[in-house]
Unconditional design. Structure first.
Length: 320
Protein backbone atom coordinates (compact mmCIF):
# COMPACT_ATOMS: atom_id res chain seq x y z
CA UNK A 1 0.00 0.00 0.00
CA UNK A 2 1.86 3.09 -1.25
CA UNK A 3 -0.56 5.81 -0.10
CA UNK A 4 -1.66 6.51 3.44
CA UNK A 5 -5.35 5.51 3.74
CA UNK A 6 -7.83 8.34 4.23
CA UNK A 7 -9.31 6.86 7.42
CA UNK A 8 -5.81 6.55 8.91
CA UNK A 9 -5.03 10.20 8.11
CA UNK A 10 -8.40 11.34 9.46
CA UNK A 11 -7.92 9.41 12.68
CA UNK A 12 -4.45 10.84 13.23
CA UNK A 13 -5.72 14.37 12.52
CA UNK A 14 -8.60 14.08 15.01
CA UNK A 15 -7.22 11.80 17.72
CA UNK A 16 -3.57 12.85 17.61
CA UNK A 17 -4.04 16.21 19.41
CA UNK A 18 -6.35 14.60 21.97
CA UNK A 19 -3.88 11.86 22.90
CA UNK A 20 -1.03 14.37 23.13
CA UNK A 21 -3.15 16.57 25.44
CA UNK A 22 -4.64 13.81 27.58
CA UNK A 23 -1.68 11.42 27.98
CA UNK A 24 1.16 13.92 27.53
CA UNK A 25 3.53 11.19 26.26
CA UNK A 26 7.29 11.63 26.33
CA UNK A 27 8.80 10.42 23.05
CA UNK A 28 12.48 9.60 23.39
CA UNK A 29 14.66 9.05 20.33
CA UNK A 30 12.11 10.32 17.81
CA UNK A 31 14.96 11.79 15.78
CA UNK A 32 16.33 8.27 15.21
CA UNK A 33 13.32 7.22 13.15
CA UNK A 34 14.46 7.40 9.51
CA UNK A 35 12.36 9.44 7.11
CA UNK A 36 12.28 6.67 4.49
CA UNK A 37 13.01 2.97 4.08
CA UNK A 38 11.77 -0.06 6.00
CA UNK A 39 11.48 0.27 9.77
CA UNK A 40 9.95 -1.86 12.51
CA UNK A 41 8.21 -0.32 15.52
CA UNK A 42 7.64 -2.84 18.30
CA UNK A 43 5.55 -2.11 21.38
CA UNK A 44 4.75 -4.13 24.47
CA UNK A 45 1.05 -3.60 23.71
CA UNK A 46 0.20 -3.14 27.40
CA UNK A 47 -2.84 -0.99 26.62
CA UNK A 48 -5.51 -0.78 23.94
CA UNK A 49 -4.31 2.73 23.05
CA UNK A 50 -0.70 1.74 22.36
CA UNK A 51 -1.36 1.97 18.62
CA UNK A 52 -2.68 5.52 18.90
CA UNK A 53 0.33 6.66 20.88
CA UNK A 54 2.75 5.12 18.39
CA UNK A 55 0.93 6.88 15.53
CA UNK A 56 1.74 10.28 17.01
CA UNK A 57 5.40 9.32 17.50
CA UNK A 58 6.11 9.72 13.77
CA UNK A 59 4.58 11.33 10.69
CA UNK A 60 5.25 8.13 8.76
CA UNK A 61 2.42 5.74 7.94
CA UNK A 62 2.46 2.72 10.27
CA UNK A 63 0.81 -0.54 9.20
CA UNK A 64 -0.24 -2.61 12.17
CA UNK A 65 -0.55 -6.35 12.45
CA UNK A 66 -4.00 -7.46 13.59
CA UNK A 67 -5.32 -10.93 14.32
CA UNK A 68 -7.17 -12.65 11.49
CA UNK A 69 -10.37 -12.86 13.56
CA UNK A 70 -10.90 -9.10 13.06
CA UNK A 71 -10.89 -9.62 9.30
CA UNK A 72 -13.28 -12.58 9.55
CA UNK A 73 -15.86 -10.46 11.36
CA UNK A 74 -17.93 -8.32 8.96
CA UNK A 75 -18.45 -5.66 11.63
CA UNK A 76 -14.72 -5.06 12.14
CA UNK A 77 -13.23 -6.10 8.79
CA UNK A 78 -14.04 -2.80 7.06
CA UNK A 79 -12.23 -0.74 9.70
CA UNK A 80 -9.04 -2.81 9.94
CA UNK A 81 -8.88 -3.03 6.15
CA UNK A 82 -9.54 0.68 5.73
CA UNK A 83 -6.62 1.70 7.96
CA UNK A 84 -4.27 -0.75 6.23
CA UNK A 85 -3.80 -3.38 8.94
CA UNK A 86 -2.07 -6.65 8.05
CA UNK A 87 -3.99 -9.83 8.87
CA UNK A 88 -2.10 -12.36 10.99
CA UNK A 89 -3.36 -15.93 11.34
CA UNK A 90 -2.13 -16.95 14.78
CA UNK A 91 -3.56 -20.44 14.46
CA UNK A 92 -2.17 -21.30 11.03
CA UNK A 93 -0.38 -24.61 10.87
CA UNK A 94 1.03 -25.80 7.57
CA UNK A 95 1.58 -29.45 8.45
CA UNK A 96 2.18 -30.43 4.83
CA UNK A 97 5.14 -28.05 4.53
CA UNK A 98 6.64 -29.37 7.77
CA UNK A 99 6.23 -32.99 6.68
CA UNK A 100 7.79 -32.28 3.30
CA UNK A 101 10.73 -30.55 4.96
CA UNK A 102 11.35 -33.51 7.27
CA UNK A 103 11.14 -36.00 4.39
CA UNK A 104 13.56 -33.89 2.34
CA UNK A 105 16.01 -33.64 5.23
CA UNK A 106 16.04 -37.38 5.79
CA UNK A 107 16.57 -38.09 2.09
CA UNK A 108 19.52 -35.69 2.01
CA UNK A 109 21.07 -37.27 5.09
CA UNK A 110 20.50 -40.77 3.73
CA UNK A 111 22.49 -39.80 0.63
CA UNK A 112 25.16 -38.12 2.79
CA UNK A 113 25.28 -34.85 0.87
CA UNK A 114 24.36 -31.18 1.19
CA UNK A 115 20.99 -29.80 0.19
CA UNK A 116 20.55 -28.33 -3.29
CA UNK A 117 19.06 -24.88 -3.82
CA UNK A 118 15.64 -26.36 -4.57
CA UNK A 119 15.80 -28.55 -1.48
CA UNK A 120 16.76 -25.56 0.65
CA UNK A 121 13.55 -23.85 -0.46
CA UNK A 122 11.59 -26.81 0.88
CA UNK A 123 13.58 -26.94 4.12
CA UNK A 124 13.08 -23.22 4.71
CA UNK A 125 9.31 -23.78 5.02
CA UNK A 126 9.80 -25.75 8.25
CA UNK A 127 8.33 -23.69 11.09
CA UNK A 128 8.62 -25.91 14.16
CA UNK A 129 5.94 -26.88 16.65
CA UNK A 130 5.67 -23.85 18.90
CA UNK A 131 2.16 -23.26 20.21
CA UNK A 132 0.55 -26.38 18.74
CA UNK A 133 0.71 -29.10 21.44
CA UNK A 134 -2.43 -30.62 19.88
CA UNK A 135 -0.36 -32.33 17.19
CA UNK A 136 1.23 -34.48 19.89
CA UNK A 137 -2.06 -35.44 21.54
CA UNK A 138 -3.10 -38.89 20.37
CA UNK A 139 -6.54 -38.37 21.92
CA UNK A 140 -7.28 -35.21 19.93
CA UNK A 141 -9.54 -36.26 17.06
CA UNK A 142 -9.08 -32.97 15.19
CA UNK A 143 -5.34 -33.60 14.92
CA UNK A 144 -5.43 -37.37 14.42
CA UNK A 145 -3.98 -37.28 10.89
CA UNK A 146 -1.14 -34.92 11.81
CA UNK A 147 -0.32 -36.98 14.89
CA UNK A 148 -0.14 -40.19 12.87
CA UNK A 149 2.05 -38.63 10.16
CA UNK A 150 4.45 -37.17 12.69
CA UNK A 151 4.84 -40.48 14.52
CA UNK A 152 5.68 -42.13 11.21
CA UNK A 153 8.18 -39.46 10.13
CA UNK A 154 10.18 -39.06 13.32
CA UNK A 155 12.23 -41.46 15.38
CA UNK A 156 11.19 -41.76 19.06
CA UNK A 157 14.03 -39.43 20.09
CA UNK A 158 13.17 -36.86 17.40
CA UNK A 159 9.52 -37.03 18.40
CA UNK A 160 10.29 -36.35 22.07
CA UNK A 161 12.54 -33.43 21.11
CA UNK A 162 9.81 -31.95 18.93
CA UNK A 163 7.17 -32.36 21.63
CA UNK A 164 9.45 -30.67 24.17
CA UNK A 165 9.73 -27.63 21.88
CA UNK A 166 6.05 -26.60 21.85
CA UNK A 167 6.52 -23.96 24.54
CA UNK A 168 9.34 -22.02 22.91
CA UNK A 169 9.72 -22.95 19.22
CA UNK A 170 8.28 -19.70 17.87
CA UNK A 171 10.33 -18.71 14.84
CA UNK A 172 10.87 -15.06 14.03
CA UNK A 173 9.39 -13.68 10.83
CA UNK A 174 12.12 -13.05 8.23
CA UNK A 175 10.75 -9.51 7.82
CA UNK A 176 11.36 -8.74 11.49
CA UNK A 177 14.76 -10.43 11.43
CA UNK A 178 15.73 -8.40 8.37
CA UNK A 179 14.94 -5.10 10.11
CA UNK A 180 16.97 -6.05 13.20
CA UNK A 181 19.90 -7.18 11.06
CA UNK A 182 19.80 -3.96 9.08
CA UNK A 183 20.01 -2.04 12.34
CA UNK A 184 23.12 -4.05 13.26
CA UNK A 185 24.68 -3.23 9.90
CA UNK A 186 23.83 0.45 10.41
CA UNK A 187 25.71 0.28 13.71
CA UNK A 188 28.77 -1.01 11.84
CA UNK A 189 28.47 -4.76 12.38
CA UNK A 190 29.85 -5.87 9.00
CA UNK A 191 32.46 -8.44 10.01
CA UNK A 192 33.49 -10.60 12.94
CA UNK A 193 31.76 -13.38 14.87
CA UNK A 194 27.97 -13.35 15.20
CA UNK A 195 26.07 -15.54 17.68
CA UNK A 196 22.44 -16.63 17.49
CA UNK A 197 21.87 -18.68 20.68
CA UNK A 198 18.35 -19.95 19.88
CA UNK A 199 18.30 -19.98 16.12
CA UNK A 200 15.42 -22.21 15.06
CA UNK A 201 16.02 -22.83 11.35
CA UNK A 202 18.05 -19.63 11.13
CA UNK A 203 15.79 -16.84 9.93
CA UNK A 204 18.18 -14.25 11.32
CA UNK A 205 21.08 -15.78 9.38
CA UNK A 206 19.00 -15.83 6.20
CA UNK A 207 17.91 -12.20 6.56
CA UNK A 208 21.31 -10.55 6.83
CA UNK A 209 21.98 -7.69 4.39
CA UNK A 210 24.89 -7.74 1.96
CA UNK A 211 26.96 -5.64 4.34
CA UNK A 212 27.03 -8.54 6.85
CA UNK A 213 27.92 -11.34 4.44
CA UNK A 214 31.54 -11.44 5.63
CA UNK A 215 30.54 -12.22 9.20
CA UNK A 216 31.35 -15.62 10.70
CA UNK A 217 28.07 -17.15 11.90
CA UNK A 218 27.64 -19.30 15.00
CA UNK A 219 24.25 -20.75 15.84
CA UNK A 220 22.77 -22.87 18.62
CA UNK A 221 19.55 -24.87 18.37
CA UNK A 222 18.26 -27.35 20.94
CA UNK A 223 15.80 -29.29 18.77
CA UNK A 224 17.54 -32.01 16.76
CA UNK A 225 15.50 -31.89 13.54
CA UNK A 226 15.42 -28.09 13.50
CA UNK A 227 19.17 -27.90 14.05
CA UNK A 228 19.86 -30.36 11.25
CA UNK A 229 17.68 -28.32 8.89
CA UNK A 230 19.57 -25.17 9.89
CA UNK A 231 22.86 -26.88 9.06
CA UNK A 232 21.59 -27.65 5.57
CA UNK A 233 20.31 -24.12 5.06
CA UNK A 234 23.50 -22.41 6.28
CA UNK A 235 26.22 -24.82 5.29
CA UNK A 236 29.09 -22.41 6.01
CA UNK A 237 27.90 -21.52 9.49
CA UNK A 238 29.08 -23.22 12.67
CA UNK A 239 25.91 -24.66 14.20
CA UNK A 240 25.72 -26.55 17.49
CA UNK A 241 22.72 -28.78 18.17
CA UNK A 242 22.37 -28.52 21.94
CA UNK A 243 20.84 -26.36 24.61
CA UNK A 244 22.57 -23.00 25.01
CA UNK A 245 23.39 -24.06 28.57
CA UNK A 246 25.50 -26.92 27.20
CA UNK A 247 27.64 -24.76 24.90
CA UNK A 248 31.17 -23.69 25.85
CA UNK A 249 31.87 -20.58 23.81
CA UNK A 250 34.51 -18.40 25.50
CA UNK A 251 33.59 -15.04 26.97
CA UNK A 252 34.34 -11.95 24.84
CA UNK A 253 34.45 -14.08 21.68
CA UNK A 254 31.59 -12.61 19.67
CA UNK A 255 31.29 -9.19 18.09
CA UNK A 256 27.50 -9.29 18.18
CA UNK A 257 24.63 -11.54 19.18
CA UNK A 258 21.15 -11.52 17.68
CA UNK A 259 17.96 -13.51 17.95
CA UNK A 260 14.65 -14.24 19.62
CA UNK A 261 15.30 -15.82 23.00
CA UNK A 262 12.90 -18.41 24.48
CA UNK A 263 10.41 -16.98 26.97
CA UNK A 264 9.10 -18.86 29.98
CA UNK A 265 8.63 -19.04 33.72
CA UNK A 266 11.28 -21.71 34.14
CA UNK A 267 15.04 -21.98 34.53
CA UNK A 268 17.81 -23.97 32.89
CA UNK A 269 20.72 -25.67 34.60
CA UNK A 270 24.07 -24.03 33.96
CA UNK A 271 26.58 -24.26 36.85
CA UNK A 272 28.15 -20.92 35.93
CA UNK A 273 24.81 -19.06 36.07
CA UNK A 274 22.69 -21.00 38.57
CA UNK A 275 23.53 -18.53 41.34
CA UNK A 276 21.80 -15.75 39.40
CA UNK A 277 18.46 -17.58 39.57
CA UNK A 278 17.35 -16.12 36.23
CA UNK A 279 14.36 -17.24 34.19
CA UNK A 280 15.21 -18.77 30.82
CA UNK A 281 14.87 -15.55 28.80
CA UNK A 282 17.05 -13.57 31.21
CA UNK A 283 19.59 -16.38 31.34
CA UNK A 284 19.99 -16.28 27.56
CA UNK A 285 20.60 -12.53 27.68
CA UNK A 286 23.10 -12.80 30.51
CA UNK A 287 25.16 -15.58 28.97
CA UNK A 288 25.13 -14.03 25.50
CA UNK A 289 26.25 -10.67 26.89
CA UNK A 290 29.18 -12.31 28.66
CA UNK A 291 30.26 -13.91 25.41
CA UNK A 292 30.21 -10.62 23.47
CA UNK A 293 33.43 -8.61 23.48
CA UNK A 294 33.54 -5.16 25.11
CA UNK A 295 32.03 -2.73 22.64
CA UNK A 296 30.01 -5.45 20.91
CA UNK A 297 26.27 -5.33 20.29
CA UNK A 298 23.37 -7.52 21.39
CA UNK A 299 20.04 -7.27 19.56
CA UNK A 300 17.44 -9.59 21.07
CA UNK A 301 13.69 -10.00 21.13
CA UNK A 302 12.66 -10.84 24.69
CA UNK A 303 9.60 -10.76 26.92
CA UNK A 304 8.59 -7.46 28.48
CA UNK A 305 9.25 -9.11 31.85
CA UNK A 306 12.97 -8.59 31.37
CA UNK A 307 12.59 -4.82 31.70
CA UNK A 308 9.30 -4.55 33.62
CA UNK A 309 9.73 -7.03 36.48
CA UNK A 310 9.87 -5.71 40.04
CA UNK A 311 13.29 -7.17 40.80
CA UNK A 312 16.13 -5.08 39.33
CA UNK A 313 18.70 -7.89 39.34
CA UNK A 314 18.49 -8.72 35.65
CA UNK A 315 18.64 -5.08 34.63
CA UNK A 316 21.66 -4.55 36.87
CA UNK A 317 23.41 -7.51 35.26
CA UNK A 318 22.66 -6.20 31.76
CA UNK A 319 23.90 -2.74 32.69
CA UNK A 320 27.26 -3.94 34.08
Amino acid sequence: MSRTPFLYRLGRFILGPFFKWYYKPTIIGKENIPKSGAILIVGNHKHLYDQCLSIISTKRYIRYMAKKEYFDNKKTKWFFSAVGCISVDRQNHDGKAKDEAIKTLKQIEKEERNATDDEQKILSQYAGWGGIPEVFDEKNDLWRREYKELKELLTPAEYENARASVNNAFYTSPDIAMCINQALANFGVTKGNILEPSMGIGNFFGSMPDAMQNCKLYGVEMDDVTGRIAKQLYQNASITIAGFEDTKFPDNFFDAAVGNVPFGDYKVYDPKYNKLNFRVHDYFLAKALDQIRPGGIAAFITTKGTMDKASPEVRKYIAQ
